[in-house]
Design a protein around this ligand. Structure first.
Ligand SMILES: [Zn+2]
Length: 152
């Protein structure tokens, strides 16, 4: 892993590879600065991640000036995820270092749709019934973002 704070690309970082399209990702939303995609190990269906495209390891080396882009993406993607899944609640989470459950060393924010009485526990992940189910949900969420049908 390339040292933190460089704001570059880390060669062995799966999120950097999703940004560069070297690795597949069910991408939901993209700007010059941020990318949002479905988590491959969702704790609820529609669980998405919002990341800066540039590699920063934790919130402590993430430039605060990028926070507005991240919040804007979380608002847009969060509403679309709720609409696409029928979610009636939404958790946002952000973990730093292994002892706080950060599994990928590229700072990221979790968007987790919630449902009344879902009894959600954060581990183990719930997953999808099939890769196709994940792709279909991604298509549904993207369509809501594109069409502006994201009011909740
Ligand atoms: Zn990275």
């Amino acid at each position: 892993m390339i040292a933190s704070g460089g704001g570059k690309v880390a060669a062995d970082c799966i999120f950097c590879k999703i940004v560069s399209r070297e690795a597949p990702g069910e991408i939901l939303y993209e700007t010059d600065q941020v990318l949002a995609f479905l988590d491959i190990a969702p704790v609820s269906r529609g669980h998405a991640l919002v990341i800066p495209k540039v590699h920063y390891e934790t919130i402590f080396d993430f430039p605060a000036a990028l926070g507005e882009d991240i919040i804007t993406a979380m608002q847009l993607v969060g509403k679309a995820v709720m609409r696409a899944t029928g979610g009636t609640g939404l958790n946002v989470g952000q973990n730093n270092f292994r002892d706080a459950w950060q599994l990928v060393d590229h700072v990221h924010w979790h968007i987790i749709p919630r449902f009344a009485g879902d009894g959600l526990t954060l581990w183990p992940p719930q997953g999808y019934d099939s890769p196709e189910q994940m792709v279909l949900l991604g298509r549904n969420i993207r369509a809501r973002i594109t069409e502006g049908k994201t009011e909740v």
